[in-house]
Design a protein around this ligand. Structure first.
Ligand code: MG
Length: 207
């Protein structure tokens, strides 16, 4: 029902070209060298998607020595990888991305990158994690690195929504146990209901 995919990529910084990360052009004095647009994050996402359905890697479909992909928008790679995922009968549930680079700071652009990656993957922004770290002690200040994990869910047979449904399913027996526990910690009835609630809460917090 589920498959997991993982992708990794790195590109070195180079002056005089735009910096593209996650399909977004960021203001910076250097970009990422590469045969395509050098989008390290989209390449890692592509590999994660392909890996999730055991369909090889990005280089197998888009060889760097093929002139066709020179300067290509890496969104093309995502689209092709999504086709492989769909052909295998799966859909993307969520992705979690970690970027490792010294500059620029990703934080101010994280939401924009999240929105664009979500758009490319046809999922909600809430299903795209964008995290960034600086390469402390790694000596990779001249490179940008991306790690991506993706969860794929089998399409159809209500599998896609089974987890969510399980979370939403009423569980009266559990509710009853919780109710009993709450009653057992309530103070004597002479106090007002408001005071009961407050005492119950603070008791729970300190226990
Ligand atoms: Mg690459």
């Amino acid at each position: 029902m589920f498959r997991i995919g993982y992708g990794w990529d790195s590109h070195r910084f180079k002056g005089g070209i735009p910096l593209k990360i996650g399909g977004v052009t960021l203001p910076h004095d250097r970009g990422l060298a590469g045969h395509s647009d050098g989008d390290v994050l989209l390449h890692a996402v592509t590999d994660a998607l392909l890996g999730g359905v055991a369909a090889g890697d990005i280089g197998a479909y888009f060889p760097p020595n093929d002139k066709k992909w020179k300067g290509a928008d890496s969104a093309v790679f995502i689209r092709e990888a999504l086709k492989k995922v769909a052909k295998a009968g799966y859909a993307v549930s969520n992705v979690d991305c970690t970027l490792i680079l010294s500059t620029p700071k990703i934080g101010p652009h994280a939401r924009k990158i999240q929105a664009r990656v979500a758009e490319l993957l046809k999922i909600a922004p809430g299903n795209v994690g964008i995290k960034a770290k600086t390469p402390e002690g790694m000596g990779t200040d001249n490179a940008a690195i991306a790690h991506v994990a993706v969860l794929l869910v089998k399409k159809g047979a209500s599998g896609e929504h089974r987890l969510e449904a399980a979370e939403e399913t009423p569980q009266p027996e559990v509710d009853q146990v919780v109710e009993q526990m709450l009653q057992s910690v309530e103070p004597p009835k002479k106090k007002s209901p408001k005071v009961h609630a407050r005492r119950g809460t603070s008791g729970a917090e300190t226990s």
